[in-house]
Design a protein around this ligand. Sequence first.
Ligand code: ATP
Ligand code: MG
Ligand code: MG
Length: 556
Amino acid sequence: MENNSSNFIKSIIKEDLENGKHSTVITRFPPEPNGYLHIGHAKSILINFELADDFGGRTNLRFDDTNPLKEDQEYVDSIKEDVKWLGYEWDELHFASNYFEEMYSRAVLLIKKGKAYVDDLTADEIREYRGTLTQPGKESPYRNRSAEENLELFDKMRKGEFETGSKVLRAKIDMTSPNLNLRDPVIYRVSHATHHNTGDTWCIYPMYDFAHPLEDAIEGVTHSICTTEFEDHRPLYNWVVEECEMESKPQQIEFGRLNITNTVMSKRKLKQLVDEGFVDGWDDPRMPTVSGLRRKGYTSDAIRNFVRETGVSKGYGAVDEAMLEHFAREDLKLKAPRTMGVLKPLKVVITNYPEGESEMLDAEINPEVPEMGSRQIPFGREIYIEQDDFMEDPPKKYFRLFPGNEVRLKHAYFIKCEEVIKDENGNVVELHCTYDPETKSGSGFTGRKVKGTIHWVDAANAVPAEFRLYQPLILDADLEAEKSEEEAEEKTFLDYVNEHSLEVVQGFVEPNMKDVKGQDKFQFFRHGYFNVDPKNSTPEKSVYNRIVSLKSSFKL
Ligand code: ATP
Ligand code: MG
Ligand code: MG
């Protein structure tokens, strides 16, 4: 990764290769298919794929699907699509659920070694017995069952003879360990639930802390990269690899998770926003999901560049959302054609323009990239301008249209406001202006200057369009981003949902926009970058999602 030539994980891998601990690097991206990927996952994807790539290694995509109640094929499909769209190709595709048989036999091995036991305590009792950081745990009365009895009970668990939640298998480690994760963690639970991959074959499922190290070891993963919440789980990770006698010994390395201001980044919360109708799906452009950002108009380049800039470290302070937007602008600046769109139209009649006539004007497509050439736009007696570009009673320093004032129409002529037409309620509904043919754009006219330049669309040929303008979906979530995930989960983040996150306006675009396609991107003069919505656009009317406005005070 270009920006991370000195990142600490890379140094560890380099050393492991140099001193012969490993001869090759294998990493994995291990999402649980319980939601769509978000931009935090993009960071994990980038780190895993690019680290392996830097050393000529390989990266697997592995679905960590050990929790049947929350997982779904829809999520599996979307995750694959998003990883590919981000620009990465996995080496092998795996499902943790395909290892259930092997995991089961490793659990049996633990039982035989006296390292695991079946416990009848309830979940509440187990929690109570575990103790706290300042208080040692208490042993379960079932802790010293014989290996024979445990084998028999575990077999019955598998055969479905116990109800959901009635028995668990626990690793027998140390109830007095200062590390709570080592106080006989639960490694299997009974759950009579249908699994998206294994159906009803199983009614016991392994817990994350037991399953994950085995998955890594089975695949020969050398460096198992995860986020810092798992730092305290590392001793357990190593215990499982060791006691289950796995041949391959993966090493867990943690980095700080990505947090962004005004953004929630937990699948559980994102799912709540979807399920409770705050947004119109996982790919709503307001969502920080990969699919939402894509639909909003972010390119994978912009996302990758942003993630690279955030670097790899142990810390997890929140990154300013303006930084993400900065990378959208940077990426589109030279790629997006420029065009004009009127979001809130006001009709202007140019009274001295000959009736029934029109002309075509030449307009450059992107002044920063002359090779992109130019387009032809029609101009005639009636045009639309932006309602906000006219004020009847303007304050000082207002340089746009007002009675008696002259402005430049981008790519066209100077026009002067002569008359304001109002409806019976006093609302301005039309302006009558005059134009000066001498002032045609590109003619080299220097006779006089105007201070304002506004955009417009020819009324006779205007194409109706819908514009969707976005504000952050969540406000002040930055406070909770500072906290650990567990703490944050307790807060009702729904209190921070911004009621004004979406503004929909109806306007017009240039006639040469008639055939735009979903995901086409443009810079609308003065309004910013927009993406053609791939879902809601129709042949009659395109929907333009604003990716980002033009200006920002953000500095890198
Ligand atoms: P969430 O809390 O959003 O559900 P998760 O960690 O439970 O996230 P997984 O599906 O387990 O989601 O994540 C797959 C990988 O992505 C894990 O290795 C995880 O550490 C990593 N990951 C998840 N969120 C972030 C983040 N915000 N920044 C960096 N990596 C992340
Ligand atoms: Mg996880
Ligand atoms: Mg999760």
